[in-house]
Structures are given as C-alpha cells and as structure tokens.
Design a protein around this ligand. Sequence first.
Ligand code: ATP
Ligand code: MG
Length: 177
Amino acid sequence: MEQTFIMIKPDGVQRGLVCSPFPSPLISSSFASFIHSSALHCVKILPTTILFLFSPSTLEKKGEIFLVIFVRRSGLKLVGVERSFAEKHYADLSAKPFFGSLVEYIISGPVVAMVWTGKNVVVTGRKIIGATNPAESAPGTIRGDYAIEIGRNVIHGSDSVESARKEIALWFPEGIS
Ligand code: ATP
Ligand code: MG
C-alpha cells in the first residue's frame, strides 16, 4: 500500500488545529470503538478533516481511501525540528529566495509528523491539503480552510511517491510499525 509523509507545521500545532487525542467528541463512539478494535492509534489531523474523513458515509463513498486516516502507532509524533534537519527536508528548495524564511518557519515550534497509508495516498493527500498558496486552495481543503499566507500554510504533504519514500526515511528512521 502506498505511503505519504504528512506534517502539521508549527502554526497548525500552535493554533490547536490538531484535534485533541482520541477519544474525540468528533468521532462517534461506535466508530471510535471500531478504530480501537482495529488496534490502530487515533488519527488526529484537523477537525474538519476528521469530520470529512471519519464519517462512515464518507468511507462508503471513498472506498479504500479511508485508509489514509489510519496512522499506525509509531507513525505519528510531535517533534521539535533542528535547523539542519529542516534544511535537509526542504533541500530541493535551497536555491529559492524564500528558503531561509521557510526553514525559520519550520523550526519555530513543534510539528506533528505522520505517515498516511492508502491507495494513491500521495495524490489524495495533496488534494486534501490543497494548493501551496492558500489563496489558490479550494474551500474544503486544509489550506483553503485554515491558511491565508503561502509562508504559513499549516501542513506539508509529499509531492511524489519518491519524495514520500525519502521523507518517511528521514522523519521515521526507526521505521513505521
Ligand atoms: P510542502 O512541501 O510544504 O507540502 P508544497 O509542496 O505545496 O509545500 P513547495 O514548492 O514544496 O510547495 O514549497 C514548500 C513550502 O515553501 C510551501 O509549503 C510554502 O510554505 C513555502 N513556499 C513555497 N513557495 C513560496 C513562495 N513563493 N513564497 C514564500 N514561501 C513559499
Ligand atoms: Mg513540497
């Protein structure tokens, strides 16, 4: 199954956009017990995303895509990012004029790093996240709903299967159980 690396950036964490840990009032008790019985860790992400992705009717509509909502126990962590680590994560952008401010942004506070697993999850994840510039992100996407500035756009998602492989190896050297 395909995997992608997703990170809630410092502004998303600081603004409390990552919902409170499981059990959450946003998740119905029957569905919560389903998650629990599946031995999967609660998936936090963002409130509207949870409402959007966690309703059973959405699962019926989306089929296998529901797998993106499950993050295995070791596949989600709150971490502070060192400057050199942020520079490595965004190494492909090192020549860009905004690289310095991008690195400052990513190290400005803890981030929530996670792996989503699912069919075509790289593309699906990017669709859920929305366009890089929130001004161009559609309503209903995370950036479209929660961000205003391109330099503070709340969430990262791998842009290809190859990037996902590299980023998961960088952020989860211990592996995903
Ligand atoms: P991310 O990699 O964070 O998921 P992305 O893939 O949508 O974002 P990239 O081109 O990889 O976009 O840029 C990485 C990040 O750099 C963007 O999310 C944004 O925060 C910042 N960024 C991109 N373009 C600009 C810009 N023109 N001005 C300021 N910041 C920018
Ligand atoms: Mg990118």
